[in-house]
Design a protein around this ligand. Structure first.
Ligand code: CUA
Length: 322
C-alpha cells in the first residue's frame, strides 16, 4: 500500500500541481495539506495499533483498566483538541489568504465564459482595457489581484501551483490574490463543471520580470499588425468577408464581435481553444475547419467550406498577429 501511495504521489508534480507550489498562496495551502495529512497518518496508525493490540491481548489482562477514562480521553478529549487546533490553523491561514492587497496593486479581470477565459488588463496610462484570452500574464514579485466574474454559468478559476481556487459566479465579483516568485509557465483549469467541454477549459499563466511584463503589456495594447504580403492580405480579406468579425474582435480592423476570444494578438499566445491545442498555423487551420470535432459542443461552428488554400491564408494571417 505504501509503495502504491508513493507511486501515486510521485505523479503529483508538474505545471499544474498544488503539491509543487510556486506562489505564496499555494505554498501556504500545501503546508496546511501536509500538516493535515501527517496528523491523519499518526492518528490512523495509533487507532490501528490499539485495535491490533486489543485482538492479541489475553482476556482480562488489565483487570484495573479504567475503560471509561480511556473512552473519554481517546473518544472525546483527543478529537476535540486535535480538530480545534486544525480548525484554528486553517481559519487563520484562510484569513491571511483572502487579505486584499493595497489599492495601488495591479488588478486583472478574468471573466469565465462557456468554455474559455476573457482576460482584461488596465493599461498603465489609463484608457481602454487591453483584452486577451486564455492566457494570464503576471509580473514576478508583486501581489496581483484577480477580479473574477462569469457571464453565463458558474466557473471556477484554479491555478493550483500558484494559489487556491475561487468560484466565478454570474452577477458577482470575487477576488483572488496571486503572488509569483520566479518567472515561469503554469497551467490552470476550470474547476467547476460548467457543461459540455468543461474539461477543455484550461489556460496558461506566464510570469515575467516586471520590465518584460510592462513591455509585453505595451505591445498588447497596440492595434493589430497589418499584413505585409499578398498571401496574408488575402487571409485578412477572407476573415472579414466570411463574417468571422461577428464573433471575434481584431482591434484596428472592422472585426468587433464579442462572443468569442479577442484575436488582436493571437499569434503571441501559447494555446488555442483554452489550452486544448498548441498554437500554430496548422492547428489554427484545423480548428477553423473542424472545431466541433476538436472541442465538441463549443460555441464556434466548424467552417468546413473553405478550400485548403483559403484555410492556410486565414490561419497564416491569424498566426501573424503578434
Ligand atoms: Cu468553466 Cu468548468
Amino acid at each position: 500500500m505504501a509503495a502504491a501511495l508513493l507511486l501515486g504521489i510521485s505523479g503529483c508534480e508538474g505545471p499544474q500541481s498544488a503539491l509543487t507550489p510556486d506562489g505564496a498562496g499555494a505554498r501556504a495551502l500545501a503546508s496546511l495539506w501536509w500538516i493535515m495529512a501527517a496528523g491523519a497518518v499518526v492518528i490512523f496508525l495509533f487507532v490501528i495499533g490499539c485495535a491490533v493490540y486489543a485482538t492479541r491481548v489475553a482476556p482480562r489482562a488489565h483487570p484495573d483498566f479504567a475503560g471509561t477514562w480511556f473512552i473519554l480521553g481517546g473518544g472525546v478529549a483527543l478529537p476535540v483538541v486535535v480538530l480545534s487546533a486544525l480548525l484554528t490553523y486553517s481559519f487563520v491561514l484562510g484569513r491571511d489568504l483572502s487579505r486584499a492587497p493595497g489599492p495601488e496593486a495591479l488588478r486583472i479581470e478574468v471573466i469565465g465564459k462557456q468554455w474559455w477565459w476573457e482576460v482584461r488588463y488596465r493599461p498603465p496610462g489609463g484608457g481602454e482595457p487591453v483584452v486577451s484570452a486564455n492566457e494570464l500574464r503576471l509580473p514576478v514579485g508583486e501581489p496581483v489581484e484577480l477580479v473574477l466574474s462569469a457571464t453565463d454559468v458558474i466557473h471556477s478559476f484554479w491555478l493550483p501551483a500558484i494559489a487556491g481556487k475561487r468560484d466565478m459566479i454570474p452577477g458577482r465579483t470575487t477576488h483572488l490574490v496571486l503572488e509569483v516568485e520566479e518567472p515561469g509557465i503554469w497551467r490552470g483549469q476550470c474547476a467547476e463543471y460548467c457543461g459540455g467541454p468543461h474539461a477543455l477549459m484550461a489556460f496558461y499563466a506566464i510570469a515575467q520580470a516586471q520590465g518584460d511584463f510592462a513591455a509585453w503589456l505595451e505591445r498588447e495594447a497596440q492595434t493589430a499588425k497589418e499584413p505585409d504580403d499578398p498571401f496574408l492580405a488575402s487571409g485578412k480579406a477572407l476573415f472579414h468577408d466570411s463574417g468571422c468579425g461577428a464573433c471575434h474582435t481584431i482591434r484596428g480592423t472592422p472585426a468587433d464581435g464579442e462572443l468569442g476570444p479577442d484575436l488582436t494578438h493571437l499569434g503571441n499566445r501559447r494555446s488555442l481553444a483554452a489550452g486544448t491545442l498548441p498554437n500554430n498555423v496548422g492547428t489554427i487551420a484545423g480548428w477553423i475547419a473542424d472545431s466541433q470535432h476538436i472541442k465538441p459542443a463549443n460555441r464556434m461552428p466548424s467552417f468546413n467550406t473553405f478550400t485548403g488554400r483559403e484555410l492556410r491564408a486565414i490561419a497564416a494571417y491569424l498566426a501573424s498577429l503578434k
